[in-house]
Design a protein around this ligand. Sequence first.
Ligand code: CO8
Length: 223
Amino acid sequence: MTASDPFVVKSRSPSGRVLILTLNRPKALNALSDGLFRQLNAYLAEADDDDTVASIVITGGDKVFAAGADIKELGANTFAAAYSRDALSSWQRVAAIRKPIVAGVAGYALGGGCELAMMADLLVCTPTAVFGLPEINLGVIPGAGGTQRLAHLIGKTRTMDMVLNDRKLSGKEAYDFGLASGLTKEGESVVAAATKVAEQLATKGALALQAGKEAVNACEWKR
Ligand code: CO8
């Protein structure tokens, strides 16, 4: 990767109706830097205003979806500086997108990577994907709503085990526990599986999709 490579690569499905956003910082295991989030948010906002886009896929690589917030950037930050520039607000913008988002997760989805995947409306993963919230090992907590989202999805006890004790979930467990909505089939790539789901969504009415998403998200957990 050179300095001019994008942190997020955008493409369209063959029908043109699905926007596919691929996280692209492979050498840093797709760590979610400020620059990556700026690009991701810009593409998502653009898609929300683009009538040719019906649904969105966010995916990573075969080995890693995203290994979390960029620890090197975090280390250079103080709490006061991060708080005063409202650093986490850029994360929340993903959850505010009105069009449906499908996450396609292969490999590691750790920390902020797991939180980003949970901000999607549907989540397809490989059976061997690894979900985890290892922030406790760094002396911090999942800071972007992941604690609430996860508890809502898989229950308090499993969430406590993940948040307090760094318990990892395989993709198969994520599916069994209700974190993932689908698993890839043998030999199927995660991007193909997630795009297939997003293409199904694209056959539905745009307004009904948006209203359905809004209505489900109106239940009482933190979006
Ligand atoms: N940030 C920056 N760089 C990273 C990250 C990361 N999260 N993860 C990996 N990298 C880099 C490594 O530094 C390494 O770089 P280099 O080659 O320059 O040394 C490169 O990616 C490859 O990493 P590894 O050699 O470690 O690869 P392995 O295959 O051996 O291991 C793992 C893969 C298991 C994914 C391992 O890299 C790992 O455990 N990474 C850290 C995961 C983690 O702790 N994530 C949580 C981060 S904190 C967070 O997401 C939320 C913070 C919220 C804070 C809120 C405050 C208010």
